[in-house]
Design a protein around this ligand. Structure first.
Ligand code: BTN
Length: 256
């Protein structure tokens, strides 16, 4: 299949064989200069790869995609910043579905195949007043890695899912195109359709599953969607709907 050309995403591409973190580098660049919209920083190996909630991101040297894109959304209110998570999740999902049609988005922005994590996204915004001034969308997508450290709970890669090694460069160009597509939908204020697309491929939507909030016992619930701020909505056994922010909920894999 021919890779669609993007207009501006990935046109300015900056490569390092090794870097502490593409997100850290991108945030530094934004603080010091004004890189063009769609700039993509990528590397083969991170010495201090960053995950969500202060976690690390592991990736074997040379095997996977480790990249960060820089955008300057126009008129995006801080209260709508979750749409950047939606846009980036949908872009990675589109690419994954080329080989793994049952890939899903695990709230807020992990990509899963079955019950295994194949990609993670770290969105870091800078603000001007109540608006997003710039955003760094950092994506770690496992492509050709065939073994992971035993302490990672449930990693997978495109190679492990398909048995075929992939061309990272081509996948990066697909990502450019799909990210630009969904980003332009955001800039065209297509709120409802973006939200609906995100919901229609959400991991565990409308399924009974176990969850836990920090320091509390596990509970049974059913994800019903997200609210306007992107908080996760879960229907509890007593039919109450509870909402949870980023650090307030953990998915458990215990069978129901
Ligand atoms: C997560 O699932 O916790 C988010 C992981 C995000 C990892 C990517 S790898 C490229 C970019 N640079 C980083 O330091 N982190 C993101």
């Amino acid at each position: 299949m021919n890779i669609p050309a993007s207009l501006f995403t990935g046109k300015n591409r900056i490569y390092f064989p090794e870097l502490d973190s593409t997100n850290t580098y991108a945030m530094d660049v934004i603080a010091k200069t004004n890189p063009p919209e769609g700039t993509c920083i990528y590397t083969d190996f991170q010495t201090a790869g960053r995950g969500q909630i202060g976690r690390c991101w592991h990736s074997k040297a040379g095997d996977n995609l480790l990249l960060s894109y820089i955008f300057y959304p126009r008129a995006l209110n801080v209260s709508s910043q979750f749409y950047l998570n939606i846009v980036s999740s949908l872009a990675v999902l589109d690419v994954l579905k080329m080989w793994c049609p049952d890939a899903k988005i695990k709230w807020p922005n992990d990509l899963y195949v079955g019950n295994n994590k194949i990609a993670g996204i770290l969105v870091q915004n800078t603000l001007r007043g109540f608006y997003i001034k710039s955003t760094v969308i950092g994506i770690g997508l496992n492509i050709n890695q065939n073994r992971f450290p035993a302490d990672l709970p449930n990693p997978t890669s495109l190679f492990l899912e398909t048995g075929v090694l992939k061309n990272k460069n081509e996948i990066m160009q697909w990502l450019d195109a799909r990210l630009e597509y969904h980003y332009l939908r955001l800039q065209a204020s297509q709120w409802n359709s973006l939200r609906n697309d995100y919901l229609s491929d959400m991991y565990k939507l409308h399924e009974w599953a176990f969850f836990r909030s920090p320091g509390k016992p596990k509970f049974l619930g059913k994800i019903t969607g997200i609210d306007e701020q992107g908080k996760l909505l879960i229907c509890l056994e007593n039919q109450d709907i509870a909402s949870f922010g980023f650090r307030e909920i953990e998915f458990l894999f215990d069978p129901v």
